[in-house]
Design a protein around this ligand. Structure first.
Ligand code: SAH
Length: 213
């Protein structure tokens, strides 16, 4: 599938729409205007790629709504060269957005098919995050600690092992709660290792599930 001027125009419009919905970080808006979202979703749905909505990507999973991707990325407050661990690679769209903001990206997916498919896609688009197939609840301590940790599935509780892999001064963004609705939560770890959390509205994600398949 190609990426033409038509698509570029559509995603610039999407970035403007997200700006009007309150996304102010220019780095994030530029990333949304750069990543070809239509290439991350099934061909039959590509005409919906630049609408602000979540879409199915197979394996019972979804690509998050662009507003949600932008909101989480903005909340992460990425500085250039930040080491970011993402839980839930899914389509790879969020990972591509993180790379466009200048982050070094590590991402974990628990569904093998999705992991393989997404790795091929991201590499074909010249995106090279460090990708792992496994259970995000375990994190990846060997590559940590991380400046930022982003969870893109609904977590019933704060995964303790991920907190341990967060650097002092680091931030975690996590949708906390069950099924239909989760509270977007920002957890900040200070230099003494103490945690402070704040809440940022309600969202709906597919569940974060233990183990890998
Ligand atoms: N960031 C993705 C969103 C995908 S939806 C995107 O931009 O498209 C959430 C993803 O999290 C799904 O692919 C799901 O399989 C994955 N997931 C759920 N629980 C997980 C876990 N414990 N470890 C790793 N990935 C998980």
């Amino acid at each position: 599938m190609e990426d033409g001027y038509h698509h570029k125009g559509l995603r610039q419009k999407l970035a403007k729409e997200l700006e009007s919905k309150g996304i102010a970080n220019q780095l994030v808006l530029n990333a949304i205007a750069s990543v070809p979202r239509h290439l991350f979703i099934p061909m039959g749905l590509s005409n919906l790629a630049y609408k602000d909505q979540a879409l199915p990507i197979g394996n019972d999973q979804t690509i998050s709504q662009p507003y949600t991707v932008a909101f989480q990325t903005q909340l992460l407050d990425i500085q250039k060269g930040c080491k970011v661990l993402e839980i839930g690679t899914g389509s790879g769209y969020q990972a591509a957005v993180l790379l466009e903001t200048g982050a070094r990206v590590f991402t974990i997916e628990r569904i093998k098919d999705l992991y393989n498919q997404t790795r091929t896609l991201l590499n074909s688009l010249n995106y090279f995050p460090t990708m792992f197939y496994g259970d995000g609840y375990e994190g990846k301590p060997t590559y940590g600690p991380y400046d930022r940790i982003l969870i893109t599935a609904a977590a019933p509780e704060i995964p303790e092992k991920l907190i341990q892999q967060l650097k002092p001064g680091g931030k975690m963004v996590i949708p906390l709660g069950k099924q239909d609705s989760q509270t977007m939560t920002l957890i900040e770890k200070n230099m003494e290792g103490q945690l402070k959390s704040s809440t940022h509205g309600l969202f709906a994600f597919v569940p974060m599930i233990k183990g890998n398949i």
